[in-house]
Design a protein around this ligand. Structure first.
Ligand code: ADP
Length: 594
């Protein structure tokens, strides 16, 4: 019972430790690294790209008159791209201030079929709106997640009272000919597409494709070879800077390549368009998984024997390692660190607990066995004495013609010794039967004083050998109901112990007093005594104190366990007070018959 509680406590501690550590910083770092690794390992087969990039790179800028001429250049390129009939064009440029070539650009923007312009959040907050707002069919924010690695994309950004969807989402909405983005607590719905996005974050996990999977042309390519603009036919076009001098911050992606914001939005667009989303498992799901792993580890080492448990634990650990992968392949992002830590901690602690527990148990049964053997040895030795007497007397009787007096004496001796033998056997059998509860107790009424008197008389014979005296200081009488023979055995046992564990010439004091319906019978000696640790065990079967063994006093360590059983069967209990070297006092407390 204690062992089971301890086991459950150890496993609970392992679970709590692993689970609580998962709220610290370290696991997040490890989970992110695992995410990036799985991301590259489990790249699905993507459908053909539905977007394309129109990039303004270094070469485009230098060949078309630089930043100053950008709006005119863009107007030319956009006209060429619009002619190729793209589904939509998203321009991820900050066009918040008037500049050279605005008229040309405005005219070109008017000809774009589905135009989405980007709005930025400047340092001071609020939105920085493009001056060509009138030409756009939608405005989207151009932010990406600036976390060291850009895994998420915030699909929604709120500034003061104005809320904007991400430019990739607005582009998809126009390409899918949806009028609006519908919001539910768990999703965003755009036309046919249901995008998992919880209300607290509205974040999208981007399914980045391998570099080169989204086709791209530079503005210069399009202007120099207009025929190549056919690449954009039927696609969503994302227009933005890739020139090092213009892109403020390129962000790291799980693909381990840096990307400018426009490209990140193109990848997010592909994620939405393909409809193959990654969703993060809810925190309670991972907690439940951790709990299940701890429970399984516990059951394995509780139920399975030896190597089978270790094999099963190996399978469990393997499963804990594979679980995030299997789920990732199903599009579910599951934490790696916490379940692994919980699995390892609980397997290790369950295995250690059972290993040391079994070892302790083994040592205990081994000790019990050797004590049992000692006891058997002692018993057989004890039996030999009356047997030898019986054998000798009967031999004498059969061989020699003894006179009737001698014959009678021998017969009495045989009778007495065989009775002693029978008593010994009964006692040992009773011990076993008392232990498993199959002994029928006699219920007879008798006087305590009589029973005590008989025991003291018998014990005095033993005490005399050590010149010890047994004093009965007070003897209140009271009627008792129970098994007289067994109770006498118990009292006699206490008396002989008191004699056995005391020095010669010392005194044993017996007191019996009645208080109310209780009878207290004490046997106090001036012997070797016991310490608190030893006192805890003296009623264990075959337990003997080191002190008693060191003094070379013979014993089996079962007497007190029988005494306790007997007293318990009579509805009583035993109290022991003892100090090493000061003596002991055993008190039986029994219910008196009224
Ligand atoms: P045994 O006396 O045969 O060893 P018991 O079950 O009667 O077995 O006692 C168990 C142990 O308790 C003894 O071995 C001894 O160490 C200790 N013990 C019992 N009674 C006394 C006592 N009166 N004084 C000191 N130690 C005692």
């Amino acid at each position: 019972m204690h062992r089971r509680v301890g086991y459950v406590l150890v496993l609970t501690a392992a679970f709590l430790l692993g689970w609580l550590i998962s709220f610290t910083r370290l696991p997040a770092t490890i989970d992110n690294a695992a995410y990036d690794w799985m991301f590259n390992l489990h790249q699905p087969a993507y459908p053909p790209a539905q977007s394309a990039l129109l990039t303004i790179d270094e070469a485009s800028l230098t060949s078309t008159g630089g930043r100053r001429n950008l709006r005119r250049t863009l107007a030319r390129a956009l006209d060429l791209v619009s002619a190729a009939k793209p589904k939509a064009i998203a321009i991820d440029l900050i066009l918040a201030e008037p500049g050279e070539g605005d008229d040309e650009l405005r005219a070109a923007l008017t000809r774009v079929p589905n135009l989405v312009l980007g709005a930025d959040i400047p340092q001071q907050g609020g939105w920085e709106w493009p001056i060509f707002r009138a030409q756009a069919r939608a405005i989207g924010h151009v932010h990406a997640d600036p976390d060291p690695v850009s895994r998420h994309l915030p699909l929604m950004k709120l500034q003061q009272t104005d809320r904007l969807w991400a430019i990739c989402l607005e582009t998809y909405r126009l390409a899918a000919q949806a009028t609006s983005v519908l919001e539910t607590p768990t999703d965003l719905e755009v036309g046919p597409r249901v995008i998992p996005a919880r209300p607290d974050t509205r974040d999208l996990l981007i399914r980045y494709r391998r570099p080169g999977q989204i086709p791209r042309l530079s503005v210069r390519d399009v202007i120099e070879s207009p025929a190549r603009a056919s690449l954009f036919t039927g696609k969503a076009v994302f227009v933005g800077f890739t020139a090092q001098s213009e892109v403020k911050d390129r962000l790291m992606t799980p693909m381990e390549v840096m990307m400018p914001g426009v490209e990140i939005h193109a990848h997010a667009y592909e994620t939405i368009a393909a409809g193959d989303f990654l969703t993060e498992a809810r925190p309670w799901v991972s907690t439940a998984a951790c709990l299940a792993l701890a429970v399984l580890a516990g059951l394995i080492f509780w139920r399975m024997p030896g190597w089978l448990a270790y094999a099963a634990a190996g399978v469990l650990l393997l499963a804990a390692h594979l679980l995030p992968h299997l789920l990732f392949r199903q599009g579910i992002v599951f934490p790696t660190f916490a379940p692994l830590l919980v699995a390892w901690l609980s397997v290790a602690s369950a295995a250690a607990y059972q290993y040391f527990g079994t070892k302790r148990e083994l040592a205990r049964t081994e000790q019990e066995r050797s004590r049992y053997q000692q006891a058997i040895h002692f018993v057989t030795h004890e039996m030999r004495t009356p047997l030898t007497a019986i054998q000798g007397s009967s031999e004498l009787m059969s061989r020699y013609n003894l006179n009737p007096d001698k014959q009678k004496q021998m017969a009495q001796m045989i009778n007495a010794e065989s009775k002693r033998l029978a008593r010994m056997i009964t006692t040992f059998l009773n011990l076993e039967r008392l232990g498993d509860g199959s002994l029928d107790l006699k219920r007879e009424a008798f006087s305590l004083a009589e029973a005590l008197g008989a025991c003291v008389d018998r014990a005095r014979a033993v005490a005399e050998r050590k010149q010890m005296t047994i004093e009965v200081s007070r003897a209140d009488d009271a009627p008792l109901t129970g098994d007289r023979e067994l109770l006498e055995y118990a009292i006699y046992n206490l008396l002989t112990n008191a004699v056995k564990y005391s020095p010669a010439e010392s005194i044993v004091t017996v007191t019996s007093e009645r208080t109310g319906d209780k009878l207290r019978l004490s046997v106090a000696d001036q012997g070797m005594g016991m310490d608190a640790q030893e006192l805890k065990h003296i009623f264990d079967k075959f337990y003997r104190t080191k002190r008693a063994e060191a003094a070379g006093i013979e014993g089996t360590g079962i007497g007190l366990s029988i005494v306790q059983e007997i007293v318990r069967h009579h509805g009583g209990r035993i109290e022991v007070a003892s100090q090493p070297g000061q003596g002991s006092c055993f008190t039986l407390i029994l219910p008196a018959t009224t």
